[in-house]
Write a protein that binds this ligand. Structure first.
Ligand code: PLP
Length: 445
């Protein structure tokens, strides 16, 4: 009997023994094609020799030196590589150990920035429904997935407010262009800022491409540009959460590059360390760093393992592999192929409402009725069934769902490693086809 407190306390999980490229092998020798990189983490697949070597070499030098006392070479080199490619205006990197920590740091840094510049009344935060920003209390307060928040509502931050997401599949009117819808959706932010009091809002946070709660849902063209304009007009900081969609997943190192919009604070994690080490980071606009440097000189926040040398060495090696093996090109090419193969296989399926995404970040929204877009009855717990059947088939995908009109929606998120080829694509579509046939047959019965 396992003595581990697994999150799904009643589930018996297979034990992962080995990683081989796009596959995980369990202790019984069963192979699983990792078509979601866990939760969009393993962007280089498993056991990449260059990353393994980098970790081993760093281990021989030094594995830990507290950042209150020392900087370290891989941390400095990683910051250089990230800032060299970062969206305009982002000039410094604050390292942490994961996505929730990055979001917590973003919120506290936004708050401290306004204290430093004498605007202490800016205390309110705005985020979007149908979003996920992490499970720690601050990040959960920003998250807009109501079923996740509900049990903890009484202990969440009171000053976090929410607007609608940019969700063209559900919210765009038939007679509306994508651009007109994008403006309408973005203008909700302006309304909320004015309702709360424009000089009381500190920051707005969103995922440029929504991951776990909506299934690779990109903003429509123009939406994020209008969001940037509104933030500038009212002096509100813009936080992009690219924990899932960043680090090459969409075919650009930073997802927001495709929208041509730069935030003031940008959170990354998952693909940064590609699962080889736990690491996250917050990229920070020069104006924020300068305000803190010229003000108190000290960011009042921190964690023991930030800037961990082994984690930074791993992430640095991941970045070098992405660059040396031209993997962003592969993400774009294979992403288009995977999307086309999914469209061909499931595009007209009665229970498939929408196939969407960017690069190798693809979502399939499942609906009980294609015409009305009615979600499945949450009592069916479709996402659990899909995950279980997929594991039986030897396929790792990431089924989930946010709250649609008070109900749990359903989607499958695919985020395979950047190194996939056409045989993996065929295997994903083939296995997913069998999984969905079987789950839908049960749902109909
Ligand atoms: N933000 C987004 C968009 C995420 O998808 C996640 C994790 O799924 C997080 C934040 C939290 O990251 P972590 O689980 O590393 O704390």
């Amino acid at each position: 009997m396992s003595r581990v407190f697994h999150r799904h306390t009643r589930e018996e999980l297979p034990s992962a023994a080995k990683g081989e490229g796009c596959y995980i092998v369990d202790t019984d020798g069963k192979r699983y094609l990792d078509a979601s990189g866990g939760a969009a983490v393993s962007c280089l697949g498993h056991s990449h020799p260059a990353v393994q070597t980098a970790i081993r070499e760093q281990l021989e030098q030094i594995s830990f030196a507290h950042t209150g006392f020392f900087s370290n070479p891989p941390m400095e080199a990683l910051a250089d590589i990230l800032i060299d490619q970062a969206p305009e205006g982002l000039e410094r990197v604050y390292f942490v150990s994961g996505g929730s920590e990055a979001m917590e740091a973003a919120v506290k840094m936004a708050r401290q920035y306004f204290l430093e510049i004498g605007q202490k009344q800016r205390t309110k935060l705005i985020a979007r429904r149908q979003s996920y920003h992490g499970n720690t209390l601050g990040a959960l307060s920003l998250g807009g997935n109501m079923w996740r928040r509900e049990p903890f509502q009484p202990i969440l931050l009171e000053n976090a407010h929410h607007i609608a997401p940019c969700y063209a599949y559900r919210d765009k009117r038939h007679d509306e262009s994508e651009e007109a819808y994008g403006l309408r959706a973005a203008n909700e932010l302006e309304k909320k800022i004015l309702e709360l009091g424009s000089d009381t809002v500190a920051a707005f946070a969103c995922e440029p491409v929504v991951g776990a709660t909506a299934g690779a849902l990109p903003a429509v063209p123009g939406y994020l540009k209008r969001i940037r304009e509104i933030c500038d007009q009212y002096g509100v900081l813009l936080i992009f959460d690219e924990v899932m969609c960043g680090m090459g997943r969409t075919g650009h190192l930073f997802a927001c590059a495709e929208d041509g919009v730069s935030p003031d604070l940008l959170c990354i994690a998952k693909g940064l360390g590609a699962g080889y080490q736990p690491i996250g980071a917050l990229l920070v606009a020069g104006k924020i760093f300068n305000a803190i440097q010229q003000g108190s000189g000290f960011f009042q926040h921190g964690h023991t393992y930030m800037g961990h040398p082994l984690a930074c060495a791993a992430a640095l090696a991941v970045q070098k592999v992405i660059r040396d093996e031209n993997l962003l090109e592969n993400v774009q090419r294979r992403g288009a192929e995977l999307r086309a193969a999914l469209e061909e296989r499931f595009g007209n399926h009665h229970f498939v409402g929408d196939i969407r995404g960017r690069g190798l970040f693809i979502g399939i929204e499942l609906v009980a009725d294609r015409a009305s877009k009615q979600p499945f009855d949450p009592k069916l717990a479709l996402h659990n069934k899909i995950k279980k059947k997929a594991m039986q088939e030897g396929l790792i995908c990431y089924p989930g769902g946010g709250t649609i009109d008070g109900q749990q929606g359903n989607h499958i998120l695919l985020a395979p490693p950047f190194i996939i080829d056409e045989t993996h694509i065929a295997e994903i579509v083939d296995k997913l086809g069998r999984v969905l046939d079987s789950v839908f047959a049960e749902a109909k019965a």
